[in-house]
Ligand binder design. Sequence first.
Ligand SMILES: *Cc1c(COP(=O)(O)O)cnc(C)c1O
Length: 388
Amino acid sequence: MNAEPRSFEQPIYVTRPMLPELAVFTKHLEAIWESAVLSNGGPQHVELEKRLHAHLGEGHIALFNNGTNALMTAVRALDLSGEVITTPFTFAATPHVLAWHGIRPVFVDIEERSMTLDPARIEAAITERTTGILAVHVYGNPCDVEEIERIARKHHLKVLYDGAHAFGTKVNGRAIASYGDATMFSFHATKLFHTAEGGAVVTNDEALKRRMELLKNFGIADEVTVKAVGINSKMNEIQAALGLCLVDEIAAEKAKRFALAETYRHDLSGIPGITTSRRLDLETDSLQYYCLRIDRNLTGFSRDHVYNELKKFNVFARRYFYPLCSQYEPYREYADSRSDNLPVANRAGDQVLCLPFYGHLGTANAQQICAIIRHILTGRAEAHVHAA
Ligand SMILES: *Cc1c(COP(=O)(O)O)cnc(C)c1O
């Protein structure tokens, strides 16, 4: 008989934010106190914008108070209206920023492997009201950026990417934000790089950057000129200071997450019905999430069974993204929300499970989580069965 693996004494959550040495943050706060500038593009903001090019590419960077407002501002700056094609397999903010602007999000199914918007299904959803595509680099998996670009060019559509999970991701040797008209990054505490709350939009279009800077500050051009219907979505100095304390920590955090990914991949391989993440790359992937898929037909257990059993061991995995956005109350009556229009997304929503994934977790705890999952699915905790 196999002993049941031990539970964790403290709850293990799916993520835990990077935190700088408090003394390092205090140094920045002292500089802020000295200047008495707390917002409106002060020195911390200017410096963070500069430092982020190393991670987000050579495009123009606009900083925001959170990722959702960054997307809101980008949607307005790009003048999207009517209908915008998007994915149901994402966080609530993605369709909400469209609907909040009175734009109809139109849900199109995802690709099986990357779980991002399936370009092969986009054209059938385009109508004379369609003005753009809002695609999501889910878990940091890049969308099929080349194909999306080809379709957008053919139909004169704008392309906005929700890159909330894709900090530092590269595609074809290029920064991911070099594709599309603009890409949003979230700096929420749950994201790889964060400013407690915060976000950015990166664009190659200098005029678009200027327009976003105008809109994020009420549309105010100067003391006596208000040029547009703006909002207040500016990042403040304290947020920017926290970011400046963390930019130099990203490489170490990613290296630790990379080790965890290798552990999960190794220790969970060979269980029939479990699909581990593709092999992640330290240089080109964001390492934002580690996602498993659990096929009930092959494991004999549903994803929800595994999710609930893990809680008994004090492990709180997350079902990102379940339910699908197309199942939310404001959207579920849409014709395109029907599950027969979104079979791949519905299957993914029923199978995905994101495991605890943050540097501080450590390899030994990741091994322990794998032993628990094996125990739940096979009744044995050992990673390998040796012949006698
Ligand atoms: C986190 C997230 C957002 C929103 O970012 P906030 O900074 O929390 O507003 C948007 N889209 C996706 C896919 C996210 O994961």
